[in-house]
Design a protein around this ligand. Structure first.
Ligand code: CUA
Length: 334
């Protein structure tokens, strides 16, 4: 009896989680497309939903009929005219599924063809590299940023997708389909948002302990804002002016941060971790999971393994003065 009860709950648990996830106000939905790519996929989702619903209902009705008949004791279990029974098996078990699957396949091909034919804009190509567990983003002109992809609203941007360690999957549900990032291979897609806005993306392929915390944001902006952003990103990091920030830079260059995080314009040039050249302009840190503010930066620097367990970032032990100076410096990287 206890075993039965336990198994009942194990079956229920996933559905409870799915229901809770659906309630989360921030979760982006493929059913709220904000770009032409996702808009092409939405009707396919609904088509599959309605076909599945109808099939499900028909099966339920047939189960109900079977249960009702089961009560009539004495009735032969085998149909008296097996010819009709055989015909039913062929029609319902072979012909109808074949028709449904073939039509869905053809519609999917048409959607895929549409997705492939669009986005032929060569104006801007960026590269996104999947890492454990963050996103390395490259723009033309030596611009490198992380976990925040800026695009001009209303036009397609070509995106080359690579991976440096394991397989990740690049997915912005409201803008495009998901595409795998495979080590040693370059996949291509395009991104387009109809209107300026902030669209959440996430890794869609299990890639290790922090997979669920591998988020990013696509920030679609009016043309002028996008170009101003890109021009600023192309500049080296601003030199600190205030004495505390100058001290912070020295702390940075003399610490373990230096070994992994590049700050263009200084001697820190390692590409192992996210580029911090214009860190202060990003809205989030730790791959989209924390708001970019002083308190969160401090937490991430002091106890990275509490913020993102399993991350390659080692804990640090700065004195309070050094830490405050370091935070001043990082907050000035605009
Ligand atoms: Cu990267 Cu999951």
């Amino acid at each position: 009896m206890r075993g039965l009860r336990a198994s009942k709950w194990t079956h229920l648990t996933p559905s409870i989680f799915i229901a809770l996830a659906a309630c989360s106000p921030k979760a982006p939905s493929v059913l709220e497309p904000r770009g032409p790519g996702a808009a092409r996929v939405e009707p396919l989702w609904w088509l599959m939903f309605w076909i599945s619903s109808v099939v499900f209902l028909v099966v339920l009705v047939m189960i109900a009929m079977a249960i009702r008949r089961r009560g009539q004791i004495g009735e032969p279990l085998v149909e008296e005219s097996p010819r009709w029974g055989n015909r039913f098996v062929v029609v319902a078990g072979v012909v109808i599924p074949w028709l449904i699957l073939t039509s869905v396949f053809l519609v999917s091909l048409k959607v895929m063809q549409g997705l492939a034919s669009e986005g032929d804009n060569e104006a801007l190509t960026i590269r996104v590299d999947g890492r454990m567990w963050w996103w390395d983003v490259f723009y033309p002109g030596g611009v490198r940023t992380a976990n925040e992809i800026h695009i001009p609203a209303g036009e397609p941007v070509r995106v080359r997708l690579t991976a440096s360690d394991v397989i990740h999957s690049f997915w912005v549900p409201q803008l495009q389909v998901k595409i795998d990032m495979i080590p040693g291979k370059t996949n291509e897609m395009w991104l387009q948002a109809d209107k300026p806005g902030r669209y959440r993306g996430q890794c869609a392929e299990y890639c290790g302990i922090q997979h669920a915390n591998m988020l990013f944001y696509v920030v679609a902006e009016p043309q002028a804002d996008f170009h101003a952003w890109l021009a600023n990103e192309a500049r080296p990091a601003p030199a600190p002016v205030a004495p505390a920030a100058i001290r912070g830079r020295d702390v940075y260059l003399g610490s373990s941060c230096f070994g992994c995080h590049a700050v263009r314009g200084t001697t820190a040039s390692s590409e192992f971790g996210p580029d911090l050249t214009h860190l202060a302009r990003r809205e989030t840190i730790a791959s989209g999971i924390l708001e970019n503010n002083r308190e969160n930066l401090r937490r991430f620097i002091v106890e990275p393994q509490t913020v993102k367990p399993g991350d390659t970032m080692p804990p640090t032990s700065f004195s309070e003065e050094d830490l405050a100076a370091l935070l001043d410096y990082l907050e000035g990287l605009r």
